[in-house]
Design a protein around this ligand. Structure first.
Ligand SMILES: CC(C)(COP(=O)(O)OP(=O)(O)OC[C@H]1O[C@@H](n2cnc3c(N)ncnc32)[C@H](O)[C@@H]1OP(=O)(O)O)[C@@H](O)C(=O)NCCC(=O)NCCS
Length: 162
């Protein structure tokens, strides 16, 4: 149920609209998952390397009535072999809970599978662990990333494609 959002590859002109839905999604994150300082740092740095992700054709966006409402991307990993990492999954809060996030992750998984890669890592925000568990990802260790001088915890999660 996503009111027929179109999923397509992002292009460079989409970057401002991508930043807008990413920051709107972060602004709506449950304060029980991250402190105000942590959410502020994430908001200022929603997704490191977005222009490169778009330039390499590895970021998908969801568009409805000409408006970008979500996106998800991926990058290959060198180790372990045959692995890839899911990047920058965001859905505008106006559209949460309608299956769009799951649709975007499945589209990214299909793009990864098309390259022959079978092991998929998600560095999951703590608020999104249940979302990824519902998609078959299994929690591993906790990681920490420095965003704008603030340490943010995240949950490393793996999925092995059939
Ligand atoms: C996480 C996010 C992408 C989910 O997008 P969404 O479109 O609302 O998700 P969906 O509607 O596809 O949800 C799919 C399933 O996950 C569940 N789900 C979604 N968000 C959830 C959450 N925060 N906690 C628990 N379950 C959640 C839904 O209930 C649904 O379950 P169902 O299949 O049993 O009905 C969105 O909430 C978001 O942008 N969050 C802020 C940014 C973020 O955390 N991104 C992930 C970074 S790793």
């Amino acid at each position: 149920m996503n009111d027929n959002a179109l999923i397509r590859l992002a292009g460079r002109p989409d970057l401002p609209a991508i930043l807008a839905f990413q920051q709107a999604a972060i602004a709506a994150v449950d304060p029980r998952s991250y402190s105000e300082a942590e959410r502020g740092a994430w908001w200022r740095t929603p997704a490191v390397g977005m222009p490169a992700l778009v330039e390499t054709g590895r970021y998908l966006v969801a568009e409805r009535h000409g408006r970008l409402i979500g996106g998800a991307g991926w990058e290959p990993l060198d180790t372990p072999p045959e692995a890839a990492v899911v990047r920058a999954v965001f859905v505008h809060p106006d559209c949460h809970g309608r299956g769009l996030g799951a649709q975007l992750v499945r589209a990214v998984e299909a793009a990864i599978a098309a390259t022959g890669r079978r092991r998929i890592l998600v560095p999951a925000a703590l608020n999104a662990v249940s979302f990824y568990q519902g998609l078959g990802y299994v929690p591993n260790e906790i990681g920490i990333v420095d965003l704008d001088g603030v340490d943010l915890r995240y949950q490393r999660m793996w999925k092995y494609a059939a």
